[in-house]
Design a protein around this ligand. Structure first.
Ligand code: SAM
Length: 280
């Protein structure tokens, strides 16, 4: 594809392994007049060619001011690249205001696709990937996080979360509480890096898998959690639908017992859905 002069290239960069910087990404970064990035020192390491473009910082706090500067440069016919610290810009990273402004002004844009932690995790999770819900970072505060997880617990699609090391254990505990311990999940730590670790099991097994990982206290995490439908056997979807309707009006135990009677399901299955101890 031949881009017109004055194009903004949105360039994906490695999420760990520098060998994942594509030849095209290298070529684009070497040919543009300006690279807008979160951290000029970090992104400067990706520029290996003899001609160094100018680097400017673009982050959450200065994105609005940078937009005008970049649009003015693009209008002169110069090309600009947007990168983030790692992975694909705009995926839980800055750049949205810039791209929205270029859309408004009908200025040319072109992607240089490549690494993205969410897609990398989904590609190896072994969980349904035909449809998925990208949630990114959950709220940092416990109550808001638990409420958000409750709202997501009935999603039929695999869910992808980003999480920081200092919150991963609290996040896993909240996932168990909201989705139940049986829900299949894949937790990825340090993808593409030397100490990459991938835990596969149920949510209830994740704490033990983390305890067995010598590098558990470090790194970046991406979680893929199976949707409600994938965790269920045939017939469970109806049980879950009825249970969720009743749980909006009744205490969980009462809703589970009634849902079992209405659908003919086992009471134990209804209690499991409600993440409650068995009925007897
Ligand atoms: N734009 C990036 C992308 O395309 O993946 C994501 C940026 S977001 C600010 C950073 C988060 O992505 C990390 O906190 C972690 O949850 C996830 N992440 C980034 N690199 C990762 C890696 N190598 N392994 C696992 N998760 C990673």
């Amino acid at each position: 594809m031949i881009a017109v002069p004055g194009t903004l290239f949105v360039v994906a960069t490695p999420i760990g392994n520098l060998g994942d910087l594509s030849p095209r990404a290298q070529q684009v970064l070497a040919s543009v007049a300006l690279v807008a990035c979160e951290d000029t020192r970090r992104s400067g390491q990706l520029l290996t060619g003899p001609a160094h473009p100018r680097l400017v910082s673009l982050h959450e706090h200065n994105e609005s001011e940078r937009v005008e500067e970049i649009i003015a440069l693009l209008r002169t016919g110069a090309d600009v690249a947007l990168v983030s610290d790692a992975g694909t810009p705009l995926i839980s990273d800055p750049g949205f205001r810039l791209l929205a402004a270029l859309r408004e002004e009908d200025l040319p844009v072109s992607p240089v696709p490549g690494p993205c932690a969410a897609i990398a995790a989904l590609s190896i999770a072994g969980l349904p990937s035909d449809r998925f819900h990208f949630e990114g970072f959950l709220p940092a505060k416990a109550v808001a996080r638990q409420q958000r997880l409750q709202a997501l617990s009935g999603s039929p699609h695999s869910l992808v979360f980003y999480e920081a090391v200092h919150r991963i254990d609290a996040c896993l505990a909240d996932l168990v509480a909201a989705f139940g311990p049986q829900r299949p999940a894949t937790v990825c730590r340090e993808l593409t890096k030397r100490h990459e670790a991938i835990y596969r099991g149920s949510l209830g097994e994740m704490a033990a898998l983390r305890a067995a990982d010598p590098g558990a206290g470090k790194g970046e995490f991406t979680l893929v959690v199976a949707g409600a439908a994938a965790a269920q056997g045939p017939g469970d979807a109806e049980l879950e639908r009825v249970f969720r309707l009743l749980a909006g009006e009744l205490p969980p135990g009462r809703a589970a017992a009634l849902a079992a009677r209405i659908t003919g399901a086992k009471r134990a299955d209804a209690y499991r859905l409600a993440s409650l101890p068995g009925p007897d």
